[in-house]
Ligand binder design. Structure first.
Ligand code: MCA
Ligand code: AMP
Length: 473
């Protein structure tokens, strides 16, 4: 069973899950998700308006209980992005929280798509049998270097294998209270951060937003295992009172983007415990992690989870020496890999090769099997605040503005966000701030270029190709 904590035989936990101050017991969660399952059973695919709320958790669990693939949709997605995700995924129902604000036709939701309101007080049986492991559990949308986001098809067995690997690596047991405040439309917050707690059978406190104050407050209620992206941890160390409170936590975990060494050092100094890093992708879930009892070295993301194989290939396609210095492209294999990109056989064939997934990340590995990440092979995939953002998608959005003639988007180093989405734009008579807002209104808000530099022309090579390396230097 994917989520034993929701089995009718599991002992009731009075506060199994809390999201933004609202709680449900395991009985309450089971019957609310059961009501959703009864409603959606038989549907081919369902989409969920994935706000940080109990309703989102109930909707996702209901879909899983009914054996229906679930597509979480970023609540701040602009109309173009939402419409792409809803149509590409083939979702036949759009689940939204009862009483909350949800987008309509003007927000990119097709008129014909049936809307289902999710109530946390609803009661249902939800006994629809456990689907086969190779059945699709979720389709998660993520950015590539160009074009709109791609749907990553993830089986229930892949989710189960990954969560078991994490529980093993971090000694994660039902006595742990997991705390985080990450978005519920990506693997980090939703798969590891919600399904992880439910598979282990321990409580979850989702803080609504991942602020230092809220992370610290949760310690007073038993918070022991904490998840965050590096931006969250750098904000924690900038708040000494919160950081001091976190000394009582058992394990602080950082992932989704490189953790800067100063943040690692400051966390160790203030919380008295070094964070453990782990590495993953939407397409592979987490494959490499520092174990709870493993060595914590800044910049190193640890060893493969149980069942995972890795290889680091040089330009000649051969493995580089395992000396911790030689770099190459990281490939991973294991039971947590996704199946494919939905509707994209071309992209699938490029990345999923003979059981290996070509990550596009540059890495080194040492003789002890510890992995170090050195960045992306392509500058066109940006990580900002832990969000993965395709330069091409932002460029396309900018180019759809009537005043924009040319656009080149890059990630520039940023202390708070790791990288900040920066657009170099050739345009006639438009303010930089207006272009930021324009992108924010079309794509997810976090994909907006926070910096827009208006230029007379873009640096190009003799072939006319934009030289992005000159924009980032
Ligand atoms: C700001 N806002 C705007 C605009 N500017 N709205 C419209 N137009 C604008 N021009 C609003 C936003 O809507 C939002 O409103 C608020 O301002 C702040 O948003 P933002 O700037 O995004 O906040 P931030 O402070 O920069 O956020 C930092 C953060 C966030 C909290 C760390 O980046 C975050 O949650 N990151 C987590 C990403 C993540 O989970 N990645 C995992 C990918 P409002 O207040 O209403 O929201 S999965 C993965 O990577 C793999 C599997 C792995 O390894 O984990
Ligand atoms: P996403 O699909 O949003 O999950 O993004 C996956 C990408 O995030 C990976 O390909 C890496 O580039 C990056 N990433 C995830 N975890 C780490 C980490 N611990 N250190 C460095 N980069 C990471």
């Amino acid at each position: 069973m994917l989520l034993p904590a929701l089995s009718p035989d599991a002992p009731d936990r009075p506060a199994l899950i809390e999201v933004d101050g609202r709680r449900l017991s395991s009985d309450g969660l089971r019957s609310a998700a059961g009501a959703v399952a009864d409603r959606v059973a038989g549907a081919s695919v369902i989409a969920v308006h994935a706000t940080a709320s109990l309703e989102t958790v109930v909707a996702v669990l209901g879909g899983l209980a009914a054996g229906v693939p679930v597509v979480p949709v970023a609540p701040d997605a602009g109309p173009a992005e939402r419409s792409h995700v809803l149509s590409d995924s083939g979702a036949v129902l759009f689940l939204v929280g009862a009483g909350g604000e949800a987008p309509g036709a003007e927000g990119g939701v097709p008129d014909g798509l049936e809307r289902v309101e999710v109530e946390v007080a609803a009661r249902g049986r939800g006994s629809h049998g456990e689907p086969a492991g190779d059945a699709t559990g979720m389709i998660l949308y993520t950015s590539g270097t160009t074009g709109p986001p791609k749907g990553v098809v993830i089986s229930r067995a892949a989710i189960a294998a990954d969560l078991d690997g994490l529980a093993d690596a971090w000694d994660w047991t039902p006595t742990d209270t997991l705390v985080h405040g990450l978005p519920l439309f990506h693997a980090h917050g939703l798969v590891f951060g919600v399904l992880g707690a439910l598979r282990v059978g321990g409580p979850l406190i989702h803080t609504g937003r991942p602020t230092p104050e809220r992370y610290a407050e949760a310690v007073t209620r038993g918070g022991s295992l904490y998840f965050g992206v590096p931006t969250v941890w750098s904000r924690v160390v900038a708040d000494p009172a919160a950081a001091t409170e976190l000394r009582r936590a058992r394990l602080l975990v950082s992932g989704s983007a490189p953790l800067p060494r100063p943040t690692f050092d400051a966390l160790l100094a203030t919380t008295k415990s070094a964070p453990v890093e782990r590495y993953g992708m939407t397409e592979t879930l987490i494959t490499i992690a520092v174990r709870a009892d493993g060595e914590r070295r800044p910049g190193w993301v640890g060893v493969p989870l149980a069942g995972v194989s890795t290889r680091v290939l040089g330009a000649d396609g051969e493995p580089v020496p395992a000396d911790g210095e030689s770099v190459g492209e990281l490939e991973v294999a294991g039971p947590m890999l996704s199946d494919c990109y939905l509707n994209r056989p071309d992209a699938t064939a490029e990345s999923y090769v003979d059981g290996w997934f070509r990550t596009g990340d540059v890495a080194a590995v040492d003789a002890g099997g510890y992995h170090r990440l050195l960045g992306r092979a392509s500058t066109d995939l940006i990580k900002s605040g832990g969000y993965r953002i395709g330069a091409g998608e932002v460029e396309d959005a900018l180019l759809s503005h009537p005043a924009v003639r040319e656009a080149a988007v890059v990630g520039l180093p940023d202390e708070d966000l790791g990288q900040v989405v920066t657009a170099f734009v050739v345009a006639d008579g438009v303010e930089a701030a207006a272009l930021t807002d324009f992108v924010a209104s079309r794509l997810s808000v976090h994909k907006r270029p926070r910096r827009v530099v208006l230029v007379d022309d873009l640096p190009r090579n003799a072939m006319g190709k934009v030289q992005k390396a000159r924009l980032v230097s």
